[in-house]
Design a protein around this ligand. Sequence first.
Ligand SMILES: Cc1ncc(COP(=O)(O)O)c(C=O)c1O
Length: 376
Amino acid sequence: MKLETKCIHSGTVPDEQTGGINTPIYTSSAFRYIDDGKQSYPRYFNTPNQEAVIGKLCALEGAEDGIVFSSGMAAISTALFGFLQSGDHLVIQSELYGGTHALVTQQFPRFSIDYSFVDKSIEALEAAIGDKTRVIYIETPTNPLLGIVDIEKVVALARSYNIITIIDNTFASPINQNPLQFGIDVVIHSGTKYLGGHSDICCGAVLASEKLIEEVRVSGIDFGGSLNGTTCALLERSLKTLHLRVSRQSENGLIIARELEQNPKVDRVYYPGLQNHPGHEIAASQMQGFGGMLSFSLTATAPSVTEFMRNLSLIVPALSLGGIETTICAPALTSHRKMDRESRERIGVTDKLLRLSVGIEHPEDILKDIASALRT
Ligand SMILES: Cc1ncc(COP(=O)(O)O)c(C=O)c1O
């Protein structure tokens, strides 16, 4: 089946009793114990709605198994703590979601897990590998600068050292990038973003082989970040339109990136679909579309980012991303505010940077709002 069809049909468990074509919502947290070996319980990740939505996500990413969590961070922390223990070493990109950076820097020292934040080039990743390195963690495109990492090269490098690879695939979504096909071991999503897509649920997912998911499940049961049946059902419904939404967001993203490049108040546009983006060719080879996320920096003569956001009337300044409505944020004041200024500026997150999550509105309306807020 093609992705469009999988979005709609995979994983669904139709209602046998009534003939209803959707997976029913099972609200129970207690399930009658039947002596057939299966004990269903929300925190064991094996209730009917959890299994239905995992079935759909596995089909979309080409994974054997997976787990849905109550947030993207629950997925990331459970996977990392599932694979790493005291004395192990993690190699991780420095240019990535600020929350992941905070998790590693704030929590890992407490458990004596070593880590190296490095540039996303293959040379830098390889130089950081040591005897104790057990995991390489990447994010591509990166949040918020849309940097691109060559997935196949990372896989080849990790395999030569027998290291597990984890990718945060949130920005691309399974519609634009399927990292397991390139040999990545573990795919993570913040389902709060494109998978949910309507800015109304918080969830996350880890997808991998049955063997690796078993390792994550052990930590998952201990840490307890499970997702309830109603939110699983909302996620399952949202996934049915994932292809439609992300395709439109990718089309709009390219149109808006090209137009912003022409705006005299815009200094630089970061979008992997632009030919002048340093990762354009790699992105074109590993992504089906370039997505709806882009960033841009304002010139010195433009309004400040705060003033610009205040001037907007259609686009909503908001922390999250991936929704059907266009939202914007200033990463230095939001996702990366916990990072010190020097580390932030080293990776390009300046005070003039804005991150746009392009929705499914008409692109002309989005562009008009930006031009008017920039007073151009
Ligand atoms: C790329 C990326 N990964 C992970 C997360 C964390 O997800 P959540 O907020 O659902 O915990 C985010 C949140 O913004 C993100 O942008």
